[in-house]
Design a protein around this ligand. Sequence first.
Ligand SMILES: CCCCCCCC/C=C\CCCCCCCC(=O)OC[C@H](COP(=O)(O)O[C@@H]1[C@H](O)[C@H](OP(=O)(O)O)[C@@H](O)[C@H](O)[C@H]1O)OC(=O)CCCCCCC/C=C\CCCCCCCC
Ligand SMILES: Nc1ccn([C@@H]2O[C@H](COP(=O)(O)O)[C@@H](O)[C@H]2O)c(=O)n1
Ligand SMILES: [Mg+2]
Ligand SMILES: [Mg+2]
Length: 206
Amino acid sequence: MAKIFQVTARAGMTRVVEPVARGLLRAGVSPNAVTVAGTVGVLVGALGFGARGHLVAGALIVTCFALTDMLDGTMARMSGGSTRFGAFLDSSMDRVSDSAVFGAVAYWLATEVNHSGLAAALICLAVGGLVSYVKARAEGLGMTCDVGVAERTERLLIVGIGGLLTGLGVGPALEISLWLLAAVSIFTVGQRVAHVYRQAQLVGRE
Ligand SMILES: CCCCCCCC/C=C\CCCCCCCC(=O)OC[C@H](COP(=O)(O)O[C@@H]1[C@H](O)[C@H](OP(=O)(O)O)[C@@H](O)[C@H](O)[C@H]1O)OC(=O)CCCCCCC/C=C\CCCCCCCC
Ligand SMILES: Nc1ccn([C@@H]2O[C@H](COP(=O)(O)O)[C@@H](O)[C@H]2O)c(=O)n1
Ligand SMILES: [Mg+2]
Ligand SMILES: [Mg+2]
């Protein structure tokens, strides 16, 4: 289900992404520069706006810059192929962005003395990182781990919709979305561990 959503959404975005990618390449911009610039934009949106309680502005800025994550890979493929450093940089910068988003939300909820929301945000921060780590470790061991209901896009969308609604006046939306996300992130870790376990059983010892 999550995969179907990602494939469909990505196909829809391709029409917008490809001309922008072509224009940036023609202007001499490198895929790695886009990767770093996208991360800086997410940091500004999350820490500069979200953490201060400007949730609507924060969510919109983070969304715009998070979407550039589709641009860098497209540019790399158009300019003759992806690079190993680019793949490493892309994933590492994703972790920086995700930490900033959930750190900013946690900071704002702490200033609001919302202990329940803060606890949920910290669980999302830790477990979201674990979801990505499990995949990276599995891939490092030569296995696949491209499964789970709450991959990065879904995680950002859930917190984004919650943040947007709370920013628009629907008080508990962010807290509810964070508890939902905490639950589905824990479930995703289970799905990924089970997926790796099945492969490891087939392959045998390291
Ligand atoms: C303002 C919020 C309101 C909500 C409305 C938002 C509207 C958004 C508009 C459209 C949504 C479009 C969805 C985009 C669909 C993208 C489809 C896709 O293919 O995504 C997959 C792609 C994978 O890229 P990578 O291979 O580079 O990524 C790897 C992957 O991420 C792995 O994931 P994991 O293991 O963690 O599960 C990583 O391990 C690996 O490192 C990584 O390389 O993903 C993308 O291209 C990312 C697209 C991001 C789309 C972001 C949408 C953002 C929406 C809301 C964000 C709001 C945040 C709110 C902050 C609140 C602050 C107060
Ligand atoms: N600076 C970069 C960024 C990404 N890549 C390659 O693209 C893959 C990710 O594709 P997205 O469309 O999701 O960004 C990544 O794994 C790399 O292979 C790159 O080469 N340089
Ligand atoms: Mg990318
Ligand atoms: Mg990425």
